[in-house]
Design a protein around this ligand. Structure first.
Ligand code: SAH
Ligand code: SF4
Ligand code: F3S
Length: 476
C-alpha cells in the first residue's frame, strides 16, 4: 500500500494538471547558455499544467516565448530582431501572446514593454512559477511583468518537460545565480544570488532520466564548484532519511550522481579556476562514467587583466590548475576555455600573454569573444572600454586562429586510439552515419552498422578535422 503522503501528492497533482485551456500551444525559443535552455524545460513543465503543449512551429502557437540572454550586446540585438519577425506572426494571429523571459527580461524589466510594443509578458528567471497568473493577466489585455529575484528558488520540485531532446543526453540544473563579481559580467545582476538545489531532487531527476533511457546527464551551474547544500538552511531529517550527509559539496554531489549506474555518463559545467578542488578531480578519476572533460574558462592569460576582471586567480594559478588536472586525470582529459579579447586597457603585450597561455595549455576547444561592455557591471562603472573595435576584432581573429591549430593538434592525437562513444543519433551530414561523443567531449562520426542511439560502442579513430573525429566501430 502507498503511504498516505504519496496519495495526497497524487491527488494534488491530478488537480494541478487539470488543463485550463485544453488546446493551447506554446513555442519557446532559447538563447544564451545551457542554463537558459534548461530553464525553458522548467517553463514548459509549468505551462503544461495549464494545458499548454509545446510546439516547434511558431505559426501554430498561441503563445511565443523568447528565453533571452544579455551576456553581450549582440545577444540582445539578436532577440530584438527576432521580436521584429514575430511581429509578423501577431498580424496573422491577433490573439497571439508574446513573452520575453530570462536575462534580458531581468535586465530591462518594464522598459522592455515600452521599447518592444509587441511584448505582452516580461518574466525574469526566478519568476516562472507566476507564469499562470501573468498569462491570465495578459489574456485579459493587461501587460504583465514579474522580475522578482529570489534567494531560494531552485525549481527543484518540478519535472522538466524535455524540449528538442535526443532522448540520450539531458541537462540538470544543480544551482542558480552567481556570487562572483567578474567585472565584465552581467549574470550576477540577471540571475541573482547563488543558491544550490537539494541533492536529493538532483539524484532523483538523474535516476528518472536513466530509467527513461537517457545515458548522459550534465550538471549545470554558473560555478558548479561552489555548489553547497547544507542542513542548516534546509531539512535535516529528510536528508538523513535519504542517507545523505547534512552538507553536500560539489565533489560529493558528483559522486552521488556517478553511483546511480555505471552506464550513466556524468558531465558538468561550468568550473571556475579559483574554485575547482582536488577533491573534484579525484572524484572524476574514481568514476569511469564521469567524463574526463573540464570547461575551465580562463578569460585572459595576463594577471593584471585577470585582476581587473576580478576573476580571483592569476596566470600562474591557472597554469598550476591545469598541471594538477593533468597529474590527476592525465593528458587525455579534454580541456576547453572561454576567452575575452580587448578588455579595458588590455595592451598588445597582455594580449600576447593570452596567446602564450593558449600555447602552453593547448585547449581542445574554446569559446572566444571580444569584450562587450554591459551596463551596470563593475567594469562599466569603474573602467574605460578603451580598446578600439578593430583592435578587439584583430586580437579575436588571432586567438581564433591559434585555437584552430590547437584543436587540430588535440584531435589528431586521438587518431589510432579506440574511444568509447555514446551514440547520440544520426550524423548531421549523412543518415548512414551516426554520431556521439568521447569521454573528452569530442564529436565522433562513424558508419552506423545497425547500432542505435543510446548505445555505447568502441570506435577506432582513423581521421579528423579540427572539430570532428572520424572512425569505425570495432565491436563485434
Ligand atoms: N560562469 C561562467 C561563464 C558564464 S558567461 C564562468 O564563470 O566562466 C560565458 C562566457 O561569456 C564567459 O566565460 C565570458 O568569456 C563571456 N562573457 C561574459 N561577459 C562578457 C562580456 N561582457 N563581453 C564578452 N564576453 C563576455
Ligand atoms: Fe559571470 Fe563570473 Fe559568475 Fe561566470 S563566475 S557567471 S563570468 S560573474
Ligand atoms: Fe546569457 Fe543569462 Fe546565460 S546572460 S549566458 S542566458 S545566465
Amino acid at each position: 500500500m502507498k503511504p498516505i503522503e504519496d496519495i495526497e501528492i497524487l491527488n494534488d497533482h491530478s488537480i494541478e494538471s487539470q488543463p485550463k485551456h485544453s488546446s493551447r500551444k506554446v513555442y519557446i525559443e532559447s538563447y544564451g547558455c545551457q542554463m537558459n535552455f534548461s530553464d525553458s524545460e522548467i517553463v514548459a513543465s509549468i505551462l503544461k499544467k495549464q494545458g499548454y503543449e509545446p510546439t516547434t512551429v511558431p505559426e501554430a502557437a498561441d503563445l511565443v516565448l523568447l528565453n533571452t540572454c544579455s551576456i553581450r550586446d549582440k545577444a540582445e540585438q539578436t532577440v530584438r530582431q527576432r521580436l521584429g519577425q514575430i511581429n509578423g506572426l501577431k498580424h496573422q494571429n491577433p490573439g497571439l501572446l508574446v513573452g520575453v523571459l530570462g536575462c534580458m527580461a531581468e535586465r530591462l524589466k518594464e522598459r522592455l514593454l515600452e521599447e518592444e510594443k509587441i511584448v505582452d509578458l516580461v518574466v525574469g528567471p526566478d519568476a516562472y512559477r507566476t507564469l499562470p497568473d501573468l498569462l491570465q493577466q495578459a489574456d485579459d489585455g493587461v501587460k504583465a511583468v514579474n522580475t522578482f529575484l529570489s534567494r531560494d528558488e531552485t525549481y527543484g520540485d518540478l519535472e522538466p518537460v524535455r524540449l528538442n531532446s535526443n532522448g540520450v543526453t539531458a541537462f540538470i540544473s544543480i544551482m542558480r545565480g552567481c556570487d562572483n563579481m567578474c567585472s565584465f559580467c552581467v549574470v550576477p545582476f540577471t540571475r541573482g544570488r547563488e543558491r544550490s538545489r537539494d541533492p536529493h531532487s538532483i539524484v532523483n531527476e538523474a535516476k528518472d532520466l536513466f530509467a527513461k533511457g537517457y545515458r548522459e546527464v550534465t550538471l549545470l551551474g554558473q560555478n558548479v564548484d561552489s555548489y553547497k547544500w547544507s542542513e542548516a538552511e534546509n531539512n535535516k531529517a529528510r536528508l538523513e532519511k535519504a542517507g545523505l550527509s547534512d552538507t553536500v559539496g560539489f565533489a560529493q554531489l558528483l559522486d552521488m550522481v556517478a553511483r546511480i549506474d555505471p552506464r550513466l555518463r556524468v558531465r558538468f559545467s561550468t568550473s571556475h579556476p579559483k574554485d575547482i578542488t582536488d577533491d573534484v578531480l579525484h572524484t572524476m578519476a574514481a568514476h569511469p562514467n564521469v567524463c574526463k572533460y573540464i570547461h575551465l574558462p580562463v578569460q585572459s592569460g595576463n594577471s593584471r587583466v585577470l585582476d581587473l576582471m576580478n576573476r580571483g586567480y592569476s596566470r600562474e594559478w591557472y597554469l598550476e590548475k591545469i598541471k594538477r588536472i593533468r597529474e590527476i586525470l592525465g593528458e587525455d582529459c579534454g580541456l576547453s576555455s572561454d576567452m575575452i579579447t580587448g578588455f579595458c586597457s588590455e595592451t598588445e603585450d597582455e594580449h600576447q600573454e593570452t596567446l602564450s597561455l593558449m600555447e602552453s595549455v593547448v585547449f581542445d576547444f574554446a569559446y572566444m569573444f571580444h569584450y562587450s561592455e554591459r551596463p551596470g557591471t563593475l567594469a562599466a562603472k569603474k573602467l574605460v572600454d578603451d580598446v578600439p573595435a578593430e583592435t578587439k576584432n584583430r586580437r579575436l581573429q588571432e586567438i581564433i586562429q591559434a585555437q584552430g591549430r590547437h584543436s587540430l593538434r588535440r584531435y589528431q592525437r586521438e587518431i589510432g586510439t579506440v574511444q568509447e562513444v555514446l551514440i547520440e543519433g544520426p550524423s548531421r551530414r549523412s543518415h548512414e552515419k551516426l554520431q556521439g561523443r568521447t569521454s573528452s567531449n569530442k564529436v565522433v562520426v562513424f558508419p552506423a552498422e545497425n547500432k542505435i542511439k543510446g548505445q555505447y560502442v568502441h570506435v577506432l579513430i582513423e581521421d579528423c578535422t579540427s572539430a570532428t573525429l572520424l572512425g569505425r566501430i570495432i565491436d563485434r
